[in-house]
Design a protein around this ligand. Structure first.
Ligand SMILES: [Fe+2]
Ligand SMILES: [Fe+2]
Length: 171
């Protein structure tokens, strides 16, 4: 699918406004796979998912973008919050979806993307739409890449990551 300059700009604007949003910035406090945090992770997933979404005819890229940015908007650190540790894998999509609804009034389609992103671990919540499948696959690809990176959290790495996610569409 080819986007017009205006369509690209619209997506880029949504991406930027979420990146600058104070509520979204709280995800920076949530550590993730080595050297990453929830904020970096979600915007990396957003970039990859939108890029892949462009290959699909008629994928709604706005849904892909919102679903990606908010898919891990659960806002706690399961490593230190013992009450969450055990069920984190199963519960966090629903906690993220609830937070996304409360803070950003997202539509049902976006909630569905968030809630099904842990398939097949959450076997009952199959990603039913094209947009949800794009996000769940992009999430896995980014998570694997992050888990394989050799260095634990380092300032330098964070700076590089933040540079990587500066723009939705690389120039
Ligand atoms: Fe997740
Ligand atoms: Fe994720």
């Amino acid at each position: 699918m080819k986007l017009s300059i205006e369509e690209k700009q619209e997506l880029e604007n949504i991406y930027n406004s979420f990146k600058e949003n104070e509520k979204i910035q709280r995800m920076k406090q949530v550590p993730m796979h080595r050297g990453s945090n929830c904020f970096i992770h979600c915007f990396k997933v957003a970039k990859l998912a939108v890029k892949r979404g462009l290959r699909h005819k008629k994928a709604d890229l706005k849904l892909v973008l919102l679903g990606s940015i908010l898919h891990d908007y659960y806002l706690y650190d399961w490593r230190t919050d013992k009450s969450k540790k055990k069920r984190h894998g199963y519960d966090h999509p629903f906690i993220a979806s609830k937070n996304a609804e409360e803070d950003f009034q997202v539509p049902k389609e976006v909630k569905d993307i968030i809630e099904s992103h842990m398939w097949p671990m959450n076997i009952k919540f199959f990603p039913k739409t094209k947009e949800a499948r794009i996000v769940t696959l992009a999430d896995k690809a980014i998570a694997i890449k992050e888990s394989l990176s050799s260095i634990s959290y380092k300032k330098k790495r964070e700076e590089k990551y933040l540079k990587d996610i500066e723009l939705l569409f690389d120039k």
